[in-house]
Ligand binder design. Structure first.
Ligand code: GLN
Length: 475
């Protein structure tokens, strides 16, 4: 479906072998941006000049016979909540407009060291809060497969950029599904790594106990390569796991023979029938590749959404306290300090961000802390227990990534609760800190892509990628 564009692996090979040049590849991508970006709005900023310089440098290195990084010349887009030195980083919020970070996020540095060509900063739901990219202060991103529909969110710009062929791969962040859900809606592979596997140094914090960074790509092999570049210990992130990144590219051909695949026995309501049909096809495909299907249950699943919408806003209310008109971005001058704080925050934050800050502040306030935040933490423990019990019976769990295919723009904007329901399958992983990824697996309603989610325990990335590769072969 979107696989007509060259993959990361192919681009890197063709540039390294001299079949094409980094400059030529970049110009093809810039050409597509020229043709469709005004319609899609995937980018907050296209860094054309810097990209041309980097590509020229890669070409010069090749001429000089220098050793190349694994992504040399590959155009990559970054979600605009990742710090880029001297380049505006807005989180699609007015409150950060014009702010230029003094340093690069670790993942950005690692991409650069691997030779990637950073092509631009992508649109998102403001501060990564949303499931459709309609909460951006700079207007929504449209789904390149059907521009009357959303690309998903919050990393909708990163997903759309890859699906439209503007970049060969991109990075997003996933706090409750923001990589996997847009990957599913745009027909891409999207990975939410185990908490701590990928550095978050330089990623603007939303909910620190949940946030992770991961790639969007057309193929599982591309995702493996991207993960290998960005993953592994970072001393600058105190939550980073002190261990190297396991090899993923090397396990993709290992198949699933003898593996036990968990199937959710009590599927929550609200899934489109076509999505459920694709799930049946996915189980059948893995079974015919030699895996066994076992029924498992996650009894706390139905509480996860509620728990997430207390934990995430609670952490956000604290993380976003720093935008006070003094240290970052915009300021509304009023003449005295206290009213300046209020006026800046009132003008700078959008409605959804304000809703989260109020929810979070309430949940953390004296008198309500135990009833809300404390209860939510208990649910978090319960879902971890559920997963632990399930993983005694199976190696991975398969669920839909999203209950529906891409929905029309404006469909859910008036009712936050229906928007929150988009995340029913993705949130439990974040609460548990486990690994998960979405793999395109055929189409559903309106001929739009359906993603299958592969869930694995913490540091189960190798197993997860083997299953994902098998699903890709079967589709
Ligand atoms: N849609 C979820 C939310 O609005 C998840 C967002 C994310 O993963 N960043 O919070």
């Amino acid at each position: 479906m979107t696989k007509s564009f060259a993959t990361v692996v192919d681009i890197a090979q063709d540039i390294a072998s001299g079949k094409t040049s980094a400059t030529e590849v970049l110009e093809q991508h810039l050409q597509r941006i020229n043709e469709r970006e005004s319609e899609i709005n995937a980018f907050n900023l296209v860094t054309t000049e810097q990209a041309r310089q980097t590509a020229a440098q890669v070409d010069a290195d090749i001429k000089a016979g220098k050793k190349l990084g694994p992504l040399a010349g590959v155009p990559v887009a970054l979600k605009d909540n990742m710090c880029t030195r001297g380049i505006e980083t807005t989180c699609s919020s007015k409150i950060l407009e014009g702010w230029k970070p003094p340093y690069d996020a670790t993942v950005v540095t690692r991409l650069q060291q691997a030779g990637a060509v950073m092509i631009g900063k992508t649109n998102l739901d403001e501060f990564a809060m949303g499931s459709s990219t309609e909460n951006s202060a700079f207007g929504p991103t449209k789904n390149p497969l059907d521009t009357s529909r959303v690309p998903g969110g919050s990393s909708g710009g990163s997903a759309a950029a890859v699906a439209a062929g503007f970049a060969a791969a991109s990075l997003g962040s996933d706090t409750g599904g923001s990589i996997r859900q847009p990957a599913s809606l745009c027909g891409l592979v999207g990975v939410k790594p185990t908490y701590g596997l990928v550095s978050r140094q330089g990623i603007v914090a939303f909910a620190s106990s949940l946030d992770q960074v991961g790639p969007f790509t057309h193929t599982v092999a591309d995702a493996a390569l991207m993960m290998e570049v960005i993953g592994g210990h970072d001393p600058l992130d105190s939550t980073s796991l002190p261990q190297p990144m396991p090899s993923l590219s090397s396990v993709l051909e290992q198949g699933v023979k003898g593996m036990r695949i968990g199937r959710l026995a009590d599927m929550p309501d609200g899934c489109e029938p076509e999505v459920l049909a694709r799930m049946d096809a996915a189980y059948a495909a893995l079974q015919s590749a030699g895996a066994t299907i076992v029924d498992i249950s996650l009894p706390s699943l139905s509480y996860c959404l509620t728990a997430y919408y207390l934990v995430a806003p609670a952490e956000a209310s604290s993380n976003l306290a720093r935008y006070d008109g003094v240290r970052y971005g915009m300021r509304v001058e009023t003449g005295d300090l206290h009213s300046m704080y209020g006026a800046t925050r009132a003008a700078g934050f959008g409605a959804e961000v304000k809703r989260r800050i109020m929810l979070g502040t309430y949940a953390l306030s004296a008198g309500y802390f135990d009833a809300y935040y404390g209860k939510a933490l208990k649910v978090r423990r319960l879902i971890a227990n559920d997963f632990a019990a399930a993983y005694e019976k199976c190696d991975v769990i398969l669920t839909p990534t999203s209950p529906t295919v891409a929905f029309p723009l404006g469909d859910k904007t008036s009712d936050p609760l229906t928007m929150y329901l988009c995340d029913i399958f993705t949130i439990p992983t974040n609460l548990a800190g486990h690994a998960a990824m979405s793999v395109p697996f055929g189409t559903g309603a309106h001929n739009l892509p359906v993603g299958v989610q592969v869930l694995a325990p913490a540091l189960g990335e190798q197993t997860m990628f083997r299953v994902a590769a098998e699903l890709e072969r079967a589709s």
